[in-house]
Unconditional design. Structure first.
Lengths: 313, 508
């Protein structure tokens, strides 16, 4: 067990090294220049060149990589070119909306998908099952930003129940800030629910015909207990995996939704960093997102140990 | 300079001034902007967004009045110009304090002007003409030029790449603590969330009434919050829902949605600016004057503007570099060279230029959708004239990088507001991408820049325009209007290319 954990941790380090290197290269290969963006449309070539020198962007790429990697080993992700602050601080500033948005989206997705998926499997082939499967297909096909715009139109503009965009002004309370997350969380949650619903349904169908379910029924257990205690518990492993992957996708993939709703989260930070070519922020953010991905996958594997007694390393 | 859309606008201004008498101080306004400014140092950036935000806390020695004439701001009065236009003696207002409580002195002004000459792109261009900047007395500074240079005052007045005044002790680069003299001061900046400005309590407005960017600037509002909303659709919905009191830069298609509402109303700035095709005169296909003229004659400006802006309510055909109403307006040199769309004439010129069919690389971006739409129409007209066209659609950051390399492009598309001083137009500079540098340009531009008599300068600008039409370093496509939205509760908002919120209040 401890050997397995050690191997996994070592593998994570290798993955992170590869990610760091690829991200660094891709960012530098992409055309565009942070100095030109910072100085504006009428800046002269000389001004741009002078700023590139000041930012260290005129050094050979291998030198820049060496400096970046050296800083990274000391836990320093560098300084944002545009925000005049360390990348870690900039990311920490953006963590709250992204964390809560991911949490709420997953909660909404799970609350919709798991009960509906279970019922769909239980009443397989019924009108309910067909309706749920069709709606899941529809939800999977809708771009989250489109759903977001529709929700803005109805719930924010027409009914005025929620704010259109942003994350609250200066001194906004936590409740005010969270109220800004309701619409984006619904749009992301609904879209994400489709995948979880289909996995739950498929997984439940697998276990519902198993012997232990029949045994449980023959013992006279109520259908509810049979489903929840025996069938669902065993169907949970693939569902947990897909929830974990969806959560990781939401951290990195809420980019468009955060932009549409003007949320100052990690996703919108990455978008603006890419548009401005803020290299340290792009590198730092992608590194953290990749680390989260790897970590979530690792944690899911560890969770298997708790949920399924057959799993042993 | 005069904006004669004027009779109307002046009327509006007078109404604004009248209503200012009854304005009540207090309140907070939320202003939705197109994004987060790349910096809060207005010297180092020419981006409009930087100017819009920072003009509330940084001020220049001079600014522009409602007719685009230079008017004093931190200076007591317009400068005394002596020595044949080479010496500018500027008296400063006394009792002006920075946001940190210190008093503005002549030393701060000289240090700021030197920083501007070192760091700002417009300042560096100007520095070549400046012999020295010096303190004459505790509240008087002097600028001595090497030769007369008429655009100096306009350059000292402009709000981007701006010659703002900051304390000599707080002008680090990069700027870490923006401290100015403006009617508002920076309280907090949360990047991509908000920029919070609060009233500068010690601010002393100039005497008299408001006059464009000049005159009395009264910080009536308690707070101004600039909120970046990069998505245009979200800005529209934010205006309609009433979440934002002022929403900048809306797509013109949204006009019908925001008119006749109780929560918001359209603010139309007519005209706002001009889209332009800049030619690479240094190398490649467009280095030949006849080829550039062939492009000009091949294009239908009407179709390009219609594709870009839809309704005629939002654009107008106009060959002149400045629209009617500006003192710079002139039709000189434009006859038979605008909105021609004559493929045969273009082909004849291409034959004369020995055009070998090499593709014309048009560099454009979808960051400004109207650029892209115009490029699409232009490409079709150019193909009719037997140009080969290579459309290169990139993001704005890539465009700004590529246009600096003459080997990478032939035409790039951009736009500009109508700048108060023609000398500020980028394409006139030999170092600006396009690199227009000919004896005719030098003669016309130098004559314009060294003439300090305001009465003689419009005729000299007409000569510059003539040369621009004859040599085609760039092609002006037309005039377009800008659409914003404001809450009906706001009082005192003036349509302006760089909207400002001093003298604005909330109706009780």
């Amino acid at each position: 067990m401890s050997r397995y954990v050690f191997q996994r941790l070592l593998g994570m380090l290798v993955v992170m090294f590869v990610v760091v290197t690829i991200v660094f290269i891709i960012v530098r290969i992409a055309p565009g220049d942070p100095a030109a963006v910072m100085l504006g449309p009428d800046a002269t070539a000389q001004d741009v060149s002078a700023l590139r020198t000041r930012l260290g962007l005129d050094s050979p790429i291998i030198v820049q990589y060496g400096i970046f990697f050296g800083q990274l080993l000391q836990g320093d992700l560098g300084e944002s070119i545009f925000l005049n602050r360390p990348v870690l601080t900039a990311l920490a500033d953006r963590a709250e909306p992204t964390f809560f948005l991911t949490l709420f989206s997953i909660l909404i997705a799970a609350l919709i998908a798991i009960p509906v998926g279970i019922m769909s499997a239980y009443w397989r082939g019924s009108l309910f099952d067909q309706g749920a499967t069709t709606l899941a297909m529809l939800a999977a096909s809708i771009p989250s930003f489109w759903l977001g715009l529709i929700l803005i139109q109805i719930l924010a503009v027409r009914w005025g129940v929620f704010p259109v965009s942003g994350y609250g002004g200066p001194g906004a309370s936590l409740m005010t800030r969270l109220s800004h997350l309701v619409l984006p969380a619904i749009s992301l949650g609904v879209v994400s629910s489709a995948l979880i619903l289909r996995f739950t349904r498929a997984s439940m169908l697998d276990v519902l015909n198993d012997d232990y379910v029949r045994t449980a029924r023959s013992k006279g257990m109520s259908e509810f207990r049979v489903i929840m205690k025996h069938a669902f518990k065993n169907a949970l492993i693939p569902v947990l995996t897909v929830i974990g992957i969806t959560a990781a996708l939401l951290v990195s993939g809420a980019v468009v939704t955060e932009t549409v709703f003007g949320l100052p989260g990690v996703g919108s930070l990455v978008v603006s960093a890419v548009l401005r070519r803020d290299y340290p922020v792009i590198q730092g953010a992608l590194l953290i997102i990749a680390a989260l991905y790897v970590l979530i996958n690792f944690l899911i594997d560890m969770l298997y140990l708790l949920v399924d007694p057959r799993v042993r390393y | 300079m005069k904006l004669l859309a004027g009779a109307l606008l002046s009327g509006v201004m007078m109404l604004g001034a009248g209503s200012a008498l009854a304005q009540q101080p207090g309140g907070i306004v939320n202003v939705a902007t197109i994004g987060e400014p790349p910096t809060l140092d207005p010297m180092v950036s020419t981006a409009d967004l930087v100017g819009i935000v920072t003009q509330h806390f940084f001020e220049t020695l001079f600014t522009f009045d409602k007719d685009w004439n230079v008017t004093p701001l931190l200076a007591e009065s317009l400068p005394e110009i002596t020595d044949g236009g080479k010496t500018y003696t500027i008296k400063l207002r006394t009792g002006v304090t920075f946001h940190d409580g210190s008093a503005m002195t002549a030393d701060d002004v000289v240090a700021s002007l030197k920083r501007w000459m070192d760091l700002a792109s417009r300042g560096k261009q100007t520095a070549g003409n400046i012999d020295k900047v010096e303190v004459v007395a505790p509240s008087t500074v002097r600028i001595v030029l090497k030769a007369p240079y008429a655009p100096l005052l306009a350059l000292l007045s402009f709000n981007n790449s701006a010659a703002v005044i900051m304390p000599a002790s707080k002008m680090s680069n990069p700027l870490t603590e923006p401290v100015g003299t403006g009617p508002y001061k920076l309280k907090e900046r949360k990047p991509d969330q908000y920029i919070q400005l609060v009233r500068h309590e010690s601010y002393k407005p100039r005497a008299g009434s408001a006059d464009g960017y000049g005159g009395a600037r009264k910080p009536l509002l308690d707070e101004i919050r600039f909120v970046p909303v990069p998505d245009a659709n979200t800005r529209i919905e934010g205006a309609i829902s009433g979440q934002f009191d002022y929403v900048d830069s809306l797509p013109v298609e949204s006009y019908d949605r925001i008119k006749n509402l109780q929560t918001t109303k359209p603010v139309l700035l007519k005209p706002f600016g001009w889209p332009v095709f800049v030619m690479n005169t240094k190398q490649g296909v467009m280095a030949n004057t006849d080829t550039r003229m062939a492009v000009r004659l091949a294009l239908s400006m009407e179709d390009m503007l219609a594709a870009a802006f839809g309704s005629k309510e939002f654009y107008s055909l106009d060959a002149a570099m400045y629209p009617k109403g500006y003192v710079w307006h002139s039709e000189a040199g434009t006859e038979g060279k605008y909105n021609v769309a004559d493929a045969d004439k273009a082909k004849a010129l291409l034959k004369k230029a020995n055009y070998d069919g090499k593709p014309v690389r048009i560099l454009t971006s979808r960051q400004y959708e109207f650029h892209y739409k115009m490029a699409q129409v232009a490409a079709e007209y150019l193909k009719q004239a037997e140009f080969a066209v290579d459309m290169q659609v990139v993001d704005w950051a890539t465009l700004t990088q590529r246009r600096a390399d003459a080997a990478l492009w032939d035409i790039y598309i951009t736009h500009s507001p109508f700048l108060p001083e023609p000398a500020l137009i980028g394409q006139l500079s030999e170092s600006s991408p396009g690199w227009w540098s000919t004896p005719a340009r030098k003669a016309a531009v130098d004559a314009f820049n060294t003439e300090s008599d305001p009465k003689k300068r419009p005729a000299l600008w007409a000569e510059v325009q003539k040369v621009m039409y004859a040599e085609t370093p760039s092609i002006k496509i037309g005039d377009f209007n800008a659409l914003s939205a404001q809450s009906p509760k706001l009082d005192g908002v003036m349509p302006a290319p760089w909207p400002y919120f001093w003298n604005v209040s909330i109706k009780k």
